[in-house]
Design a protein around this ligand. Structure first.
Ligand code: PLP
Length: 428
């Protein structure tokens, strides 16, 4: 594959953008090498500036569940831009978006639109703190909730309850308010609530972890957290920025039958435009201007973004949409496992709905510790072997993969053919 134009662009970009990119994982740092630069995207494919085509399992990190450049989404955007790009005053599409989200996700009776997943989680945490009058939050190792200060925190050595910053610039005084638990550890959660349950404003969790590869909850785990929160008067926040409208039409909360107090959204609800949202029941009445907890946004509820998101949410309501995607994802994962077995490469997979993870290990992966114990060197080699064969996986061993409805049988077959050759090349 020729990458001359991508290489030249990356050289220019590195002079102008930190690391040559506008979001870190795009820089290929963990897999090595250089990113390709995209010229256009269509259906299951990305096309780079050197004319190479890739089957795309990143899907813009989740939003593109109907494939890239879907005509219905594109036409909705084209129609919307004919009426102007931003109003700074209410418009009908915002009401339609709120009606759609609250109908599909019954734990949300009211939502506030924002511009990214990060804004959604930051705002949900502020609401939780404001509403409970408590300051501490609890999150889980391996979960990502955007780049807000309260989330760039890991467990402090020895003191489980006092978090320490994972990034310079995060004040220790703030990180101390974030406790970090091991995902899928029942006991750890019970113990923490036993110690400081009365101080916890909220527990925030990715109900299926998609930012430490793909790790589903153990049976009963989300219910356990629900019960602890209810007992101790803490709020349960499901961060469904990734899982929302993907693992099921009603998100992970519908898939697992758990009702959180607040939910955060992003990705799919924007159809590829920059959008986030958070929602819940009567708690939402505490957000300004209905209530005293402040949160605002110049471009929030943007009419073009609402049009893109509404068109996408319309498409995914087609009966059987999520069941078909889940079946295709299961087939893809079975195919990956079979191809690895043939080549004698240890591999296990996890998948929920249309998200999946590949683990270079022969063990079942249910925890962050197990995910990080996998062979990342093997993943990095596999990533490049697939890329050379025209398949783009997330450029990190710690990211989930995403299918879209544009990934039909022929695309999956082509992916698995590439995988068979890539696994063989690993075994050589
Ligand atoms: N929450 C989850 C679960 C995410 O996966 C992400 C981004 O990948 C975010 C929050 C942050 O969203 P954004 O990148 O739109 O700020």
């Amino acid at each position: 594959m020729n990458h001359d134009r991508s290489h030249a662009l990356f050289s220019r970009a590195q002079q102008l953008l930190p690391g040559g990119v506008n979001s870190p994982v795009r820089a290929f740092k963990s897999v090595g090498g250089e990113p390709f630069f995209v010229q256009r995207a269509d259906g299951p494919y990305l096309f780079d500036v050197d004319g190479n085509r890739y089957i795309d399992y990143v899907g813009s990190w989740g939003p593109m569940i109907v494939g890239h450049n879907h005509p219905a989404v594109r036409e909705a955007v084209q129609e919307a831009i004919g009426n102007g790009l931003s109003y700074g005053a209410p418009c009908e599409a915002e009401v339609e978006m709120a009606e759609t989200i609250t109908r599909l996700v019954p734990s949300c009776e009211m939502v506030r639109m924002v511009n990214s997943g990060t804004e959604a989680t930051l705002s949900a945490i502020r609401l939780a703190r404001g509403a409970t009058g408590r300051q501490r939050i609890v999150k889980f190792e391996g979960c990502y909730h955007g780049h807000g200060d309260s989330f760039l925190v890991k467990a402090g050595s020895g003191m489980l309850t006092l978090g320490v910053p994972t990034s310079p610039g995060v004040p220790a005084g703030l990180s101390e308010l974030t406790a970090t638990l091991s995902y899928n550890d029942f006991e750890g959660a019970t113990k923490l609530f036993g110690e400081i349950g009365g101080e916890i404003a909220a527990v925030i969790i990715e109900p299926v972890v998609g930012n430490a590869n793909c790790i589903p909850p153990r049976a009963g785990y989300l219910q356990h957290l629900r019960e602890l929160c209810t007992k101790h008067g803490a709020l349960l926040i499901f961060d469904e920025v990734m899982t929302g409208f993907r693992v099921a039409l009603g998100g992970a909360q519908a898939h697992y039958g758990i009702t959180p107090d607040l939910t955060t959204f992003g990705k799919i609800i924007g159809g590829g435009m920059p959008v986030g949202a958070y929602g819940g029941r009567e708690l939402m009445q505490q957000i300004a201007p209905a209530g005293p907890i402040y949160q605002a946004g110049t471009l929030s509820g943007n009419p073009v973004a609402m049009a893109a998101g509404l068109a996408m949410l319309q498409l995914i309501q087609e009966p059987g949409f999520h069941a078909r995607l889940a079946t295709a994802t299961a087939q893809l994962c079975e195919g990956f496992e079979a191809a690895a077995r043939e080549a004698g490469v240890p591999l296990t997979t996890n998948h929920v709905g249309a998200m999946f993870g590949l683990f270079f290990t022969d063990q079942k992966v249910e925890t962050y510790a197990q995910a990080t114990a996998c062979d990342t060197t093997a993943f990095n080699r596999f990533f490049h072997a697939m890329l050379e064969r025209g398949v783009f996986l997330a450029p990190s061993a710690y990211e989930a993969g995403f299918l879209s409805s544009a990934h039909d049988g022929a695309v999956i077959d082509a992916t698995l053919e590439a995988a068979r050759a890539a696994f063989r090349s690993l075994a050589d």
